[in-house]
Design a protein around this ligand. Structure first.
Ligand code: PHE
Length: 361
């Protein structure tokens, strides 16, 4: 503009020039040009740039405003009106465009960030502990707090540890009660966790307290209450003057801790070659409440806790002098206890590996 002004001097051009720089013309131009450019703006950043350019402090409107002082009152009134109307029109146009762009941006974000919440999450799924493991850990915590060590033993055992050292010689009829799976090299799948008693006696020496949770195996006909594979938790305490009173104390502590309520128990004499006297501690069936169901074999009672005082022969076979030391032992049926606790009426569920069952715990 400046340049052409100095070169062009014909009256027509001058007039045109005058029109070209007159505030009315500038404003009208600004209005049209801005509205046109506004139409093609596609982002909020672009919009802001354009707004600053057209309506900002250094923009044409502000510029014209600065020169107001030079005008006559009539000119001021006329131009002021025009200036305001252009300004307002543009401002409204910017506002509308802004809200449209914001809506579009939101819609776009919603589309981009949409997720199907019904799809399974990627990566490792959170699992849960098997109910038997949960109970096992609870009992381990309890006995650890009572000064017991937690021992482990192999599932494939020697005949000596599983039977002989527990006062069950080869000809003993008790072997028939615990028929199991034999390996061709003479080892066997342990029928109970009691062999860990032997390992404990020989490893720790008296006095000691230990528990030994673990998996055991029997050649059983499988039904709702019998499995070939299940879990026991062995316990043994050897010290001076250990009596039936100590045994009963620990068993009561154990049961009230597990069930968080009073359970009805009964103690019957029970025979196991490795304890003398031996007991069968039964609890009233928690599934049927004692009226009889498949789990309690319709007797109302469930054998839960065989126990007794350690037989002197057993101590002697592991080099412990029965005149100096005595002890108690128990063999908790962990699997059966879990069934009692959760009201599971079929033992086969626990080893079945059905996630719909396991996910409930
Ligand atoms: N081991 C015995 C069984 O499995 C249970 C038991 C353990 C009994 C300890 C008495 C003492 O049948």
């Amino acid at each position: 503009m400046q340049e052409s002004q100095s070169k062009v001097d014909s009256p027509a051009a001058e007039a045109a020039n005058e029109r070209g720089t007159s505030p009315d013309f500038v404003l009208e131009n600004l209005r049209r040009a801005t509205l046109m450019r506004l139409a093609s703006v596609t982002s909020l950043e672009e919009l802001e740039e354009l707004r600053v350019e057209a309506l900002g402090r250094k923009g044409p409107i502000a510029q014209i405003g600065k020169e107001f002082g030079k005008l006559t009152p009539e000119q001021k009134a006329a131009l002021g009106k025009l200036l305001n109307s252009v300004k307002q029109e543009l401002e409204r146009a910017f506002r509308e465009k802004k809200s449209r762009l914001e809506k579009e941006e939101l819609a776009e974000r919603l589309r981009r960030e949409w997720i199907d919440v019904t799809l399974p999450a990627r990566g490792v799924r959170p699992g849960s502990l098997h109910p038997v493991t949960q109970l096992q850990w609870e009992i381990e915590d309890l006995f650890t707090s009572l000064g017991f060590a937690v021992l482990d033993g192999p599932e494939v055992e020697t005949e000596e540890y599983n039977f002989d050292a527990l006062n069950i010689p080869p000809s003993h009829p008790a072997r028939d009660m615990q028929d199991t799976f034999w390996l061709s090299d003479g080892h066997l799948l342990r029928t109970h966790t009691s062999p860990v008693q032997v390992r404990g006696m020989r490893r720790l020496g008296p006095p000691f307290r230990m528990i030994a949770p673990g998996r055991v195996f029997r050649n059983e006909e499988v039904d709702a209450s019998h499995e070939h594979t299940f879990y026991q938790l062995e316990g043994m305490m050897v010290d001076r003057n250990v009596s039936v009173a100590n045994l009963i104390y620990f068993m009561k502590t154990l049961l009230s801790e597990i069930f968080h309520r009073d359970v009805t128990v009964r103690l019957r004499p029970g025979f196991f070659p490795f304890v003398e006297p031996g007991f069968e501690l039964d609890i009233q069936c928690l599934i049927c409440g004692g009226s009889g169901c498949p789990v309690c074999k319709h007797s109302g009672w469930v054998e839960l806790l065989p126990c007794g005082l350690v037989h002197p022969n057993v101590l002697r076979l592991s080099n412990i002098d029965p005149d100096e030391w005595s002890g108690f032992a128990f063999g908790l049926g962990l699997t059966r206890l879990v069934m009692m606790r959760y009201g599971i009426d079929d033992i086969r569920q626990l080893q079945g590996g059905d996630l719909r069952f396991l996910n409930q715990f």
